[in-house]
Each structure stands twice: as C-alpha cells, then as structure tokens.
Design a protein around this ligand. Structure first.
Ligand SMILES: [Zn+2]
Length: 148
C-alpha cells in the first residue's frame, strides 16, 4: 500500500507533501486541505487562519521504519464575537489532545501490552520499530484499563 493511502486512513483531509528517510525513521510531512473548520468552543464556522504550527506525531511503523508524521496544523480565528475563545486549532481526530502518538499506534501498543509483561511488551514493540519506554507502555495500559 502506498504511504499516501496509509495516511488517508487516518484522516481523508491529510495530504502528504514530502517523505524523507533518515536512518531508521520515515518522516512524513503533511498538510490539511480543509479551508474552514468549526470552532470547538461555539460551533461557528471560520475560514480565517491565524497561524500554522507543526505537530510531530508517531504512527505505526511501515516495513522496517519508524514513522513520524509532521503535520501543519492550522489555528483559526473564531469570527463569533460572543465566543469565549479568540482562536482555536483545527482538531485532528486520529490523535488525542496534546498526544504524541496516533490512536492506532496506542491501540497497537495496547494489544501487545495486554498479552505480555511490560518488559516483553517493550521488547516486542521495539522489535517492530517503535521506540517507547516502559513507563509509556504502562501509562497506555493503565489508561485503557480505566485506572487514570
Ligand atoms: Zn468560537
């Protein structure tokens, strides 16, 4: 499967603009093509872009490469003068707020973690070209089990 298709599985609005392989990591640069977005605080549609910033998010490995997505995320002005927020970032549905990994990568880690001790899980996950610490694995597992 082409990398573009794998990225589109995350979100159809993502466009791959550049791919780069450095050592064991594939960096995939993405834009979002959406021209307007709904304010998450008041629901008003805005097309007034305030700024663009880059988020770096780890995704599932492809073949023998770790994958890092570098996504240009748009920040919009809310055009509703009544709104409690002047600006808002466009939402990315495939990643939790402020998370550094896609939901599908967390799912994958969770699946391995549930079947194994954390040490064995770490080994298996690192063997599959995802760099992750024991603490992160435990954090993801705890969250899934509802301890957090
Ligand atoms: Zn608003």
């Amino acid at each position: 499967m082409e990398i573009d298709e794998l990225i589109k599985e995350l979100d159809k609005k993502l466009i791959v603009i550049k791919k780069e392989i450095l050592k064991d990591t594939m960096y995939v640069y993405c834009d979002t093509y959406k021209k307007e977005t709904q304010c998450k605080y008041c629901g008003t549609i805005s097309n007034s872009v305030h700024s663009i910033y880059q988020r770096t998010i780890s995704d599932l490995p492809i073949q023998k490469y770790k994958v890092k997505l570098l996504i240009n995320v748009k920040k919009y002005f809310c055009i509703n003068p009544e709104c409690s927020h002047k600006t808002f970032a466009e939402p990315l549905n495939f990643v939790e707020k402020n998370a550094l990994r896609t939901k599908r990568l967390d799912e994958y880690i969770n699946k391995i973690g549930l079947k194994n001790s954390s040490l064995e899980a770490k080994k298996q996950i690192n063997d599959s070209h995802v760099n992750i610490s024991n603490n992160t694995i435990l954090r993801i597992l705890k969250k899934k089990k509802g301890f957090n």
